[in-house]
Design a protein around this ligand. Structure first.
Ligand code: ZN
Length: 324
């Protein structure tokens, strides 16, 4: 069994929704907004969170912790993945419009993990300044009106930031994995689980992206990879479990039916000065078999996303059941 149950319980996270008002000139944003937001946010955060004078970031640089977390040598012993997860994800509602009128509200959510929760004020100020600098085509402005905490039910709970008063409130608390697992409404008498891939999900298997529904084993592997690296890098905890036994058990759960398609979207990379295609699967997949021991992991996966590029909002899933 290892320490997986204990680590899931101790996992710290906090989700927020930022509400912006579109400025007087309206704003142009691409069809898929996650990457533009993430790019503009990174620039803003660097202005605010990095005061390093040299070519390299200082040890205490908040920007470099959030955006360029350094590899730790022995990590690969427990996890073959070379990717270091950022301690946050963005989540945008899919709205294909590319122009928003003055006064319209634009919502998006972000979730912080582990130590990054302490840096919430940096996120707030960076989000506010991102709007003030302007973003998208012609760098049009957005005004950060409010930030709310999102509770375990997905509802707005506490006001965390009031943009009319420039005030950050401290009357909120982070969530623990234990609450997420307890809150997850699942009938353990059912022997199936239905996964909705809400935003393009990019899961790799044997070096390639899976372009239809992943097998249950591939899905569980992707979740464990992501969780173990988040909690290792951002909460200094190391997941120990019998992986081979667990994955063997996952392989007995079968992909029963699915309806997925590959959705391509492009983002412009400032670093590579080029457009990059970042596709993934969307749709749903029904898995049948002995799923009970995986339910806690699936509950957590809704909050951490699965697969590659989650900072742009990719890999968001919703877990439900098909009632017999
Ligand atoms: Zn720095």
């Amino acid at each position: 069994m290892g320490n997986s149950r204990e680590l899931i319980s101790k996992f710290k996270l906090a989700k927020f929704t930022a509400i912006y008002e579109v400025g007087d000139e309206g704003i142009y944003l691409p069809e898929y907004k996650g990457s533009t937001l993430r790019g503009a946010f990174g620039q803003s955060f660097k202005q605010i969170g990095c005061d390093c004078a040299g070519a390299k970031h200082n040890d205490g640089c908040v920007y470099s912790y959030v955006f360029e977390t350094k590899p730790i040598m022995n990590f690969q012993v427990i996890n073959k993945s070379k990717d270091i997860p950022r301690p946050f994800v963005f989540e945008t509602i899919y709205d294909p419009r590319t122009y928003f009128s003055p006064g319209e509200r634009i919502y998006f959510s972000f979730t912080l993990y582990g130590k990054a929760i302490d840096y919430l004020p940096y996120f707030v100020v960076s989000l506010q300044e991102m709007g003030r600098y302007g973003l998208g085509k012609h760098r049009r402005r957005l005004y950060l009106r409010q930030i709310f905490q999102v509770n375990v039910n997905g509802d707005f709970e506490n006001l965390v930031y009031d943009g009319t008063k420039y005030k950050i409130y401290s009357d909120w608390n982070y969530l623990l994995g234990a609450e997420i697992v307890d809150h997850f409404n699942f009938d353990l008498n059912q022997d199936n689980v239905l996964i909705h891939f809400i935003s393009p999900t990019r899961i790799k298997s044997k070096g390639n992206y899976i372009n239809t529904a992943p097998s249950f084993e591939e899905l569980i592997k992707a979740i464990i990879r992501r969780f173990s690296s988040i909690i290792f890098f951002h909460q200094d905890l190391s997941l120990q479990m019998d992986y081979s036994e667990f994955f063997k058990s996952a392989s007995s759960v079968k992909l029963e039916e699915y309806k997925t398609n590959w959705l391509d979207w492009e983002r412009y990379s400032n670093r590579q000065k080029d457009r990059i295609k970042l596709g993934g699967i969307v749709g749903k997949a029904l898995y049948a078999g002995e799923v009970t021991e995986f339910i806690d992991w699936l509950a957590i996966a809704e909050w951490i996303h699965v697969g590659k590029n989650p900072v742009f909002g990719l890999g968001k899933i919703k877990v439900v059941q098909k009632l017999n």
